[in-house]
Each structure stands twice: as C-alpha cells, then as structure tokens.
Write a new protein. Structure first.
Length: 275
C-alpha cells in the first residue's frame, strides 16, 4: 500500500489535515460556532465548481470562495447579532445555489463528485504544495494570535473591553477556517468535512482537561481518526471521507462509554469506602 505514490500523497496531506483541523475546530466549538465549519465546507463546493469551470486549481478556488464566505459571515453578524443561524442559512443558500447552478449548467471541465465524497486518488503534487503552504501560514497565524483567540473564545465582549481587536481577528480567523477546509477537501470530502473540525474536539472535551491539554488531545484523536479512516477505507474500497466520519463518531462513543464506566467504578468505590 505504501509503495503507491497516491497513498504517500494522501498520508502527507492527512497529517497536515489532522493537525490543522482541530487547531481551528477548538476555537469554533468553544465559541459554539461549530456549524460555521459545516456551512463553509459546503461553501467550498461552490469554490471548487468555479475553479473547475475556469480551468483553475479547484483547491485554490475553494480557498478563495470560502474565505469570501467567511468574511461575509463576519460582516452579516453586525446586522443579525442575535440570529447566527440565519446568517449561516444565507451563506449556505448562496454557496449551494452557486454550486448547483454551475454543476447543472454543464460547463464543468471535470467531475466534482470526488470532492464531495473525498478521494485519495485525486491528491496531486500541486495540492501537496498548496496544503504545505496554507497549513504553515495557518499554524503560524494561530501561534501569533493564540492569546487573543483564546480570550475571544471564552468572552468576546470582555476581549473588546480589554482592547483586543475582535473584529479584525474574527476576519483573520474566518480565513484560517477557509484554509483548513480547502486543504482537507481532497481527502475528507465536502459532505463530511465538518466532522474533522468538530468531532476530535468534542471527544477531547470529554476528558475534562484544560485548554492546552484539550487541544493536544484533539490533535491526537484527529490523527487517530483520519489515519484509521484512510487505511481501513483503502482495504474496504470505500470513500475515505465518509468512513473517517464514522471512525470519528465511533471514537467519540467509545470515550463516552469509558467515561461512564469510570464514573460508575468511582461511585462504587466511594460507596464501599463509606460502608
């Protein structure tokens, strides 16, 4: 399996995906914006179709269009402060409408199905370079803005009072989300991309640790999910994106079960000590 160049490319991209997605996802989950990841993953489909229609790289098209949609979400927040779900509906309608219109027009110069479900066969050398550049820029930006992002994640209003440039950082963060999505679509696919952003973080949160340990565990769970999904889907001959989503759910359920068993054992021990 490892002798095939397409698997080597897929593993290379998967490593970056499994690190980048939870780094972005933890801030989305803490801000209760995990559905933004789902909305922007669907927005990437419109960017892909535009790129294919113009004979340009679809990953680059996804990044540009998803960045625009992310900025649009931040812009609309000033008009619909209490209706975040409505903002997501507006952007989702724009994205899906654009994608369906282009696909149904018959003007695509390639098939977009592989991007919807994920395919290890479609990862090219250029995609690897794109993934490396976007991931490096994203991680560096996260490191530079780490403290501000943590502050905003826990209390946006307090961050404003403290002098944090919340508006600017939110726009930058929306571009980071777009970057994470665009580098992931080749392997995971548009339809289940949000699972890689949210589920490893949801699993890590069950451990009840602090912010940094939760981030580290999120990356560990993310690497576990995507590698298991990639290898097992290869032998089952199924789409890696969908199977990775199933692995992510299975790992979350396993952690919940272990947590519940551990709680029951502690309860029995406490009762025994009292007796």
């Amino acid at each position: 399996m490892f002798n095939y160049s397409f698997m080597q490319n897929a593993i290379f991209v998967s490593i970056f995906i499994s690190i980048l997605c939870p780094c972005i996802g933890i801030f989305l989950v803490l801000r209760r914006y995990s559905m933004i990841g789902d909305t922007l993953s669907h927005a990437s489909l419109a960017g892909i179709t535009i790129g294919l229609m113009l004979n340009q790289n679809p990953v680059l098209g996804a990044f540009i269009f998803t960045s625009i949609c992310g900025a649009l979400i931040e812009f609309l927040r000033s008009y619909f402060k209490k209706y975040t779900d409505l903002i997501l509906t507006i952007v989702l309608s724009l994205s899906v409408g654009t994608a369906i219109t282009i696909i149904s027009s018959g003007k695509l110069h390639a098939n977009a199905d592989s991007f919807m479900f994920g395919s290890i066969l479609t990862v090219t050398k250029f995609d690897m370079i794109m993934v490396l550049i976007l991931s490096a820029i994203s991680v560096l930006t996260l490191i530079l803005l780490y403290h501000q992002l943590v502050y905003i994640a826990y209390d946006e209003e307090a961050a404003k009072v403290a002098g944090v440039k919340v508006g600017l950082i939110n726009y930058v963060f929306s571009i980071l989300v777009a970057s994470a999505i665009s580098v992931s679509i080749r392997i995971v696919g548009v339809l289940v991309l949000s699972s890689m952003i949210a589920l490893p973080v949801a699993t890590a949160l069950q451990l009840g640790k602090g912010f940094k340990p939760t981030l580290i565990y999120s990356i560990v769970f993310s690497i576990t999910d995507i590698m298991l999904g990639l290898f097992i889907s290869y032998y089952l001959n199924v789409a890696p994106g969908g199977f990775t989503a199933l692995i992510s759910v299975a790992v979350l359920v396993l952690v919940l079960v272990i947590k519940k068993i551990h709680a029951i054992i502690n309860m029995i021990r406490n009762k025994a000590q009292i007796c």
